[in-house]
Design a protein around this ligand. Structure first.
Ligand SMILES: NC(=O)c1ccc[n+]([C@@H]2O[C@H](COP(=O)([O-])OP(=O)(O)OC[C@H]3O[C@@H](n4cnc5c(N)ncnc54)[C@H](OP(=O)(O)O)[C@@H]3O)[C@@H](O)[C@H]2O)c1
Length: 281
């Protein structure tokens, strides 16, 4: 498919490379955020929590909601992912856009699993944290909304400029917690952007996909692998017990995403971190 007219609402860490990828595929792409990138010719300044600030090109075919917040209060998540998103859906419908697809980026943080079990699109989502509950509301709104819609539940994004685990090994702050297998579910930024582009234009896409790489990694194994590649000693063992992280302890399956014809360029941390170590250290 070429020649789509695509709006990316919230073009940040994953939204910006997504825009570039779709433009390279020959689509017309507009990006919307509060502080538009100066080098983006089709950037629109707008605040999704203030509908009066929003303006859109005519006859859009796709809207990809990739807006997100860093370290924000639950009320800000509600303003963006509940009220802001509803305002966007209502406005697009009122303006007469008949979209082929509306895609929402959500999070695997909705899977409240702590025992290392596998989860996929058929697993129950029982979010406990307030912010995760607003993501769930966002998913419900989009799937009950006026357009053919798909939710992409992303696992942790890593990549250029976001390599916390790599830096923690390099600066000696990383700590291991042997005895407790803790899984890290993540996907390289560029694979996340590629997967979102794939799902947005996929004929008969399903309503929900888990977007993660092929191999949930045991955290300590990942830290030691990085240390070996950096020619550093394995991180010391922590004195205190490892608290359960925000994401719980689960293994996310990307079987449905792969069955839809998508393949990661960085299928595991070995490929992803090898490229990062080359460029970031
Ligand atoms: N990062 C992860 O590890 C991760 C994991 C799971 C799911 N996700 C989800 O994936 C999506 C993308 O994540 P990301 O890491 O690319 O996020 P990001 O880098 O924080 O980018 C979010 C973008 O949204 C824009 N934005 C925020 N509030 C806005 C508003 N009120 N109006 C218009 N634009 C707004 C921001 O631009 P301005 O500040 O200029 O407005 C920014 O460009 C988010 O929904 C996130 O929750 C991320």
């Amino acid at each position: 498919m070429t020649g789509a007219r695509i709006l990316i609402a919230g073009s940040g860490y994953v939204g910006a490379p997504l825009a570039a990828r779709l433009r390279n595929q020959g689509h017309a792409v507009w990006t919307l955020r509060r502080t538009p990138a100066p080098d983006d010719p089709h950037a629109i300044a707008g605040d999704l929590t203030r509908p009066e600030t929003l303006s859109f090109p005519d006859t859009l075919t796709h809207v990809l909601f990739c807006a997100g917040l860093q370290q924000a209060a639950p009320a800000e998540y509600e303003a963006l992912f509940v009220d802001g998103l509803r305002g966007l859906l209502d406005r697009l419908a009122k303006d007469g856009h008949s979209l082929d697809r509306f895609l929402l980026t959500s999070t695997t943080g909705l899977f409240n699993v702590t025992n290392g079990d596998w989860v996929d699109e058929d697993s129950p989502s029982r979010p406990v944290r307030a912010t995760a509950q607003y993501y769930q509301q966002a998913e419900h709104q989009v799937l009950a909304g006026p357009f053919p819609s798909t939710v992409a539940r992303l696992s942790g994004l890593y990549g250029p400029g976001r390599s916390r685990l790599l830096r923690s090994v390099a600066d000696g702050t990383a700590r291991r917690h042997p005895g407790t297998t803790r899984y890290v579910n993540h996907i390289h930024r560029d694979d996340a952007a590629a997967a979102l582009a794939h799902l947005a234009l996929l004929p008969n896409a399903q309503s929900l996909y888990v977007v993660t790489d092929d191999e949930p990694a045991d955290r300590d194994t990942l830290l030691c692998w990085i240390a070996d590649r950096l020619d550093r000693p394995h991180p010391p063992i922590a004195e205190e017990k490892m608290p359960l992280s925000r994401g719980g302890n689960k293994r996310c399956s990307n079987r449905r995403l792969r069955a839809s014809g998508f393949a990661c360029r960085y299928p595991t941390y070995r490929e992803g971190y090898a490229s990062l170590i080359e460029t970031e250290t």
